[in-house]
Design a protein around this ligand. Sequence first.
Ligand code: DQA
Length: 148
Amino acid sequence: MPSLLVLNGPNLNLLGTRQPEIYGASTLPEIEAMCRDRAAERGYETECRQSNHEGTLVDAIHDARTRHAGIVLNAGAYTHSSIALRDAISSVGLPVIELHLSNIHAREEFRHRSLIAPVALGQICGFGPQGYLLAIDALAAHLSAEES
Ligand code: DQA
């Protein structure tokens, strides 16, 4: 079965207790379970990874090149700062959906700029955990359109 990578960056391991008024009450394991179920319905296995370290996220994107058909990426704060993550995405050539739980465009100005967006297939933000499911649907639809 083809596989998708759901990759979460810094501080997302604290979901459920981290600023629930912004990020909601769901924990990362709960979100990951939802992702696995939705991807399975679309015919994909899912690997879920989280790291607070930029280099580990770069490594995960590199590893995905040979193991996954596409990536759902919530890069957390690295979205707004990491040229290394952006270059990793450009280097592997896999479709990446950028995902944020909150609507980054409605928050502080420094969150409005994403270094990831120009190299992503698209960006989904503001829909809470549901956004991960929208991202999996979008990725699966993109991959099946590519096949045909
Ligand atoms: C986030 C938005 C980022 O600005 C923030 O740094 C995060 C989470 C989101 O999912 O809404 O850590 O990516």
